[in-house]
Design a binder for this molecule. Structure first.
Ligand code: TUI
Length: 309
């Protein structure tokens, strides 16, 4: 069964968590375009999140999800709000959600954690996850070490629950490849940042359109919180500081609010423009519906061409 049947949606696509970016309105637009929209928990208080959940419900009658960013300071409250609101799907990122899975299952949600390794994926299966998202280091934002190419087939072989791939998918060719690896569908973030509906600053979109294959880098490895962002002045200063004697305070000063500076202010020098390695492929701003139908069309063409090989 592919992700579209699993989630009762049109396309085998779900949206990434996208802290600060994915409002209730954006999630509803993704769901209305036929994929699974996800409201970001990251960067919001529990009550702000509750409001965004009410917004998505008011704008779509299609399934949607909420992403719980497990490094959030008020994680207990956020986990409780998500259970109270009985959302159809819960995804998690940047940590181990085992402690919350039972409460979320009792609220009848489908629980789909991100796992950056087979060992965490196995643990999620043991604790009752309905599926896992195997996310490769090609992704934007908080990343693990393994590539999508290496992680997805190993997770598929190790698990009985379905595996959804993430990281490095923004075309029909890549979609075809992840099906070949055994995933049932894909979670996408970067590809959707350049949608007309995405509520980020236009400078953010322009940086994505200007990006090439080598335009992203990973900051924060030395602090155990690796984050993939577009190379800019702030990324270079951060990496320079990391190379020397690590001064946590200086690094925190540099990153505090930097995601907000990217998303809302479009501050090209001081913003943290999270993006995956596929940024180099993005060439235009389009409606979500066109992104999804183009991917499916390209996927069908590629698949039909494969027997010739
Ligand atoms: O979570 C993401 N991507 C994110 S979260 C985010 S917000 C943020 N901002 C600043 C610093 C840190 C985060 C931006 N992008 N993707 C899912 C993901 N989860 N990638 C890797 C992981 C992960 C890592 C370790 C999941 C579990 C994990 O487990 C460690 C443990 O506790 O066992």
């Amino acid at each position: 069964m592919l992700l579209d049947s699993f989630l009762k949606i049109t396309y085998p696509f779900m949206q990434g968590g996208m802290a600060q970016v994915a409002t209730g309105r954006f999630a509803a637009a993704v769901s209305n375009a036929g994929a699974l929209g996800i409201v970001a928990g990251g960067g919001r208080t529990s009550e702000q999140l509750r409001e965004e959940i009410h917004t998505v419900r008011s704008l779509t009658d299609k399934p949607f999800g909420v992403n719980v960013m497990l490094m959030a300071p008020d994680i207990e409250k956020i986990a409780a709000v998500v259970a109270e609101e009985q959302v159809p799907v819960i995804t998690t990122g940047a940590g181990d959600p085992a402690a919350y899975i039972e409460a979320w299952k009792n609220a009848k949600s489908l629980v789909i954690p991100v796992a950056p390794s087979v060992s965490l994926a196995r643990r999620m299966e043991k604790y009752g996850a309905d599926a896992v998202i195997a996310e490769g280091t090609e992704s934007g934002g908080h990343v693990g070490e393994l590539t999508t190419m290496a992680l997805v087939p190993q997770a598929v072989d190790a698990l009985r629950i379905p595996v959804i791939a993430a990281g490095g998918v923004a075309s029909g060719r890549q979609l075809c490849a992840i099906f070949a690896l055994g995933a049932i569908g894909v979670q996408m973030g970067t590809a959707l940042l350049v949608s007309e509906e995405c509520p980020i600053h236009e400078n953010y979109k322009q940086l994505l359109l200007d990006a090439r294959d080598t335009s992203t880098t990973v900051t924060g490895r030395s602090l155990g919180a690796p984050v993939r962002i577009i190379k800019n002045k702030m990324a270079r200063s951060y990496l320079k500081l990391e190379k020397g004697d690590i001064n946590r305070d200086a690094l925190e000063e540099l990153t505090l609010g930097s995601l907000r500076r990217a998303v809302f202010d479009g501050d090209k020098d001081r913003g943290s423009f999270m993006a995956g390695q596929v940024a180099g492929q993005l060439t235009r701003i389009e409606p979500l519906a066109d992104i999804f139908s183009r991917l499916m069309q390209e996927y069908q063409q590629v698949k039909e061409g494969l027997p010739a090989l």
